[in-house]
Design a protein around this ligand. Structure first.
Ligand SMILES: Nc1ncnc2c1ncn2[C@@H]1O[C@H](COP(=O)(O)OP(=O)(O)OP(=O)(O)O)[C@@H](O)[C@H]1O
Ligand SMILES: Nc1ccn([C@H]2C[C@H](O)[C@@H](COP(=O)(O)O)O2)c(=O)n1
Length: 220
């Protein structure tokens, strides 16, 4: 098993129901994104492991659309949605928002993008996210990009991120680490058992990490 043999930093170790498919609006065709069988890469790793940073590089070089589940949830909260208070509370506590909410946001963003290849960053975050996405969309990821990074390094990065995020404080960071270990790592283990995990040593410079990432996306 990849996660066990290659000394991971952590060793302990939901978009459309065909019936609820969102119809294309801005792209002209009334075809749901799911029917187009998009390529999906899940981008996972602990808080601060560098997922967003590397996704920006992948977008530039390989033409994917980057969808950050966290960014979509923050934008939904800011939009004054009826779920705003719930989302805000969950984020402050480092907890995971119910799959139904996150999947709807991902579904809409995929539909509106017009693209057919997606980096889904920070999702699935737990078994409920994973199973619901699969059930609702029928989509299996092409692979899972896993950024493996020690907690101390992730903590350093988050505390100096300086983007005004409410959850980048030490109390919430500790809660996020706990949720990552208890709920998110099992999802990575699930995909690893199916040969889908591409693990990257994320404790290096941004440039070094991207060199490794490129080898995964470049055509063989
Ligand atoms: N390889 C790296 N070396 C040093 N700093 C990095 C590296 N990668 C990202 N950073 C910095 O660390 C911080 C966290 O990175 P980023 O936002 O990409 O992480 P993330 O995994 O998306 O975090 P989250 O899950 O909290 O959204 C940012 O300030 C970023 O500039
Ligand atoms: N699938 C997800 C992704 C994110 N969230 C919430 C909880 C996270 O702590 C927060 C920030 O996510 P990040 O930007 O760090 O990826 O957003 C969630 O509930 N479900």
């Amino acid at each position: 098993m990849l996660l066990q043999n290659s000394k991971p930093q952590y060793s302990n170790s939901k978009i459309l129901h065909m019936g609820t498919a969102v119809e294309a609006s801005s792209q002209g065709a009334n075809v749901s994104i799911i029917e187009k069988k998009p390529a999906v890469v899940f981008v996972l790793g602990g808080p601060g492991s560098g997922k967003g940073t590397q996704c920006a590089n992948i977008v530039q070089q390989f033409g994917y659309t980057h969808l950050s589940a966290g960014d979509l949830l923050r934008a939904e909260k800011e939009s004054g949605s009826e779920n705003g208070t719930m989302i805000d509370n969950m984020i402050k506590e480092g907890q995971i928002v119910p799959s139904e909410v996150t999947i709807k946001l991902l579904q809409r963003a995929m539909q509106e993008s017009g693209n057919d290849k997606f980096l889904i960053d920070g999702f699935p975050r737990n078994e409920e996210n994973r199973a619901a996405f699969e059930n609702v969309t029928g989509i299996e990821p092409a692979f899972v990009l896993f950024f493996d990074c020690p907690e101390e390094e992730m903590e350093r990065r988050l505390l100096s991120r300086n983007q005004g995020r409410k959850d980048d404080n030490i109390d919430t960071i500790k809660k996020r680490f706990k949720v990552f270990l208890e709920s998110s790592l099992p999802v990575i283990t699930y995909y690893d058992a199916r040969g889908k995990v591409r693990k990257i040593d994320a404790a290096r410079s941004i440039e070094q990490v991207f060199e490794s990432v490129k080898t995964i996306f470049e055509p063989k």
